[in-house]
Design a protein around this ligand. Structure first.
Ligand code: SF4
Length: 542
């Protein structure tokens, strides 16, 4: 085995507190894979939570693997070393199950690279029973697993905590792979892609289920997050939150902004009870004083103030809504010099279109209060390219940022601009994405107009990668060809041309209500009719 690669992994594991080591014999051996770097994967509470849940079972051993750095990929290839796990350094192809947790569409090409580095055929149809079972989980599997469907044997559609346990029982009982697929396809939320065929009529989709598999897959969610043991096992300084213990305070969001996939697929909103969160904080304090509260809109967490008032804990929180309560919460985060709010759009009109239910007065008032609490840097999140956006809305971002800057003499602003990408299971799933050239021009305009104002910094994403993200998000099984081509051609546009895929067909076309969408087979709990109604309401607000 390659010493350089082992040393690099040992260097990371030596800084970890809480990794689980078990004997493999007599257990189901699972390698849990995050298709991005160690730093990104270990910052993800979902990945860490599944690692904890699996290792709590005595009959399961769960180890981890991540997408290697560029220089390590070269080293793996040069020395013909197969990708191995962090814990036992065993190649992935020697595990019973390789389970991917996928949170971001732009990581899809990494999934295929990981399979290649592991010497595992990427297409499920090319694998034998001697290969590990390849499973897809994570938020991307909730809303549209289709671009990855040809590469996976099993997909978990929804929150995996409960169906995973049921699946492992079925795995233990099944004598053959064929038996396993049949039984697993009847577990609610488990999707076995090989039991479904996709045919395309004028480019759009018609699906059929075979082998008696259910036509619809019901997305799963757990009812109670208070009794849930979904928590991190490992604390390490090598994450985005450097040595912080993450605690999930809320799951799901009551607001359902029309562009937001998280607001639609993590429903219903659930909160962790105060006692449960206190117990977790006590557990965290055995390792670290630094605790991060996670939730889509923590301003709405009813126990936020009680928690943040607890002594002896250095809290961080993810997201605040523009409201008086947020300013109070920011004040309770003693010593924190930075916080964030997300106006998303520059004008009242566009915020009505996207159903972001905050007014300009809310934003200004909250900003003043936050600065008065001693916060020195306020981060503001905006989107560019939103449906019905015009130059007025872009000027609105500039005016709003200028007004907020004037709320404080010394406080600075950091604007983050993200390109709007239509997503499945949102009212904008039928809406075309804005042309990339227009988005680029609008970002340039905002930067130019804000440049002369002292104390405002502007960051933005790269619109062409947002377009790629959209293609992987909204695509169907044909996108698998693009992902395969990207193993050789890194430029995704060239990979599309080589695979005969026109990305504009998926992203730049206004779709009709009657069109069968690739993810229609998932019952997310929100009807297509209701999403369409919301879409029509949005267009009327334009
Ligand atoms: S408040 Fe935030 S998390 Fe909730 S739906 Fe809106 S954008 Fe999504």
């Amino acid at each position: 085995m390659n010493r350089k690669l082992i040393e690099k992994i040992n260097n990371l594991t030596s800084k970890e507190n809480g990794a689980v080591l078990k004997e493999p014999g007599g257990r189901i051996n699972i390698c849990l894979v995050y298709p991005n770097t160690y730093h990104v994967g270990m910052s993800n509470l979902g990945f860490q939570g599944i690692y904890t849940l699996l290792n709590e079972r005595n009959d399961v051993l769960c180890e981890r693997s991540f997408f290697p750095d560029d220089e390590d990929i070269e080293e793996y290839a040069r020395t013909k070393t197969e990708l191995f796990s962090m814990e036992s350094k065993r190649p992935l192809n020697r595990f019973d199950i390789v389970a991917f947790s996928v949170s971001f569409e732009n990581d899809y090409p990494n999934v295929l690279k990981i399979l290649e580095l592991s010497n595992i055929p990427s297409r499920a149809s090319d694998r034998k029973a001697s290969h590990p079972l390849i499973i897809l989980g994570g938020v991307c599997a909730f809303f549209n697993p289709e671009p990855l469907a040809d590469f996976f044997d099993i997909c978990f559609v929804g929150e995996a905590e409960e169906m995973l346990q049921e699946f492992l029982e079925v795995y233990r009982e099944s004598e053959t792979r064929a038996d396993l697929y049949k039984k697993a396809s009847h577990i609610e939320g488990v999707y076995v892609p090989k039991f479904y065929t996709a045919k395309y009529n004028n480019g759009t989709l018609q699906r059929e289920s075979i082998e008696n598999a259910p036509e619809k897959i019901k997305k799963q969610y757990i009812k109670d997050i208070s009794s849930n043991r979904f928590r991190p096992s490992i604390i390490t300084p090598e994450t985005e939150f450097s040595g912080m213990y993450l605690i999930e305070a809320m799951r799901g969001c009551p607001w359902q902004c029309r562009f937001c996939v998280a607001g639609h697929i993590y429903n219903p909103p659930r909160k962790k009870e105060l006692n449960a969160i206190k117990q977790e904080i006590n557990m965290a304090l055995k390792t670290t004083k630094r605790v991060g509260l996670i939730g889509p809109s923590l301003t709405d967490y009813p126990f936020a103030k009680d928690v943040l008032k607890l002594e002896g804990v250095d809290f961080s929180i993810t997201s605040l809504r523009a409201s008086r309560k947020s300013a109070e919460l920011a004040g309770l985060l003693k010593g924190h010099k930075s916080t964030s709010i997300a106006p998303e759009a520059g004008t009242e009109r566009l915020r009505r279109v996207i159903a972001k239910k905050i007014t300009e007065d809310d934003i200004i008032e909250t900003s003043k209060l936050i600065f008065a609490e001693g916060v020195e840097n306020l981060r503001l999140y905006f989107m560019v390219g939103l449906p019905t956006e015009t130059d007025d809305d872009i000027n609105g971002i500039v005016k709003l940022a200028t007004r907020i800057r004037a709320c404080s003499k010394k406080g600075g602003l950091t604007l983050t601009l993200s390109t709007f990408v239509p997503k499945p299971f949102t009212p904008f799933q039928w809406h075309p994405m804005e042309k990339i050239e227009i988005v680029k021009d609008r970002i340039k305009t905002i930067k130019k107009l804000l440049l002369p104002i002292k104390g405002i910094r502007v960051f933005h994403d790269v619109p062409k990668y947002a377009y790629m993200q959209g293609l992987f998000s909204m695509g169907d099984r044909r996108i698998s060809r693009v992902l395969e081509a990207m193993l050789k051609i890194h430029d995704w546009r060239k990979a599309c041309i080589d695979s005969g895929i026109d990305p504009d067909f998926y992203m730049m076309r206004k779709k009709d209500f009657t069109e069968a969408l690739p993810w229609d087979f998932i019952d997310s709990g929100i009807s297509k009719e209701r999403l369409w109604e919301e879409y029509q309401k949005a267009l009327k607000k334009a």
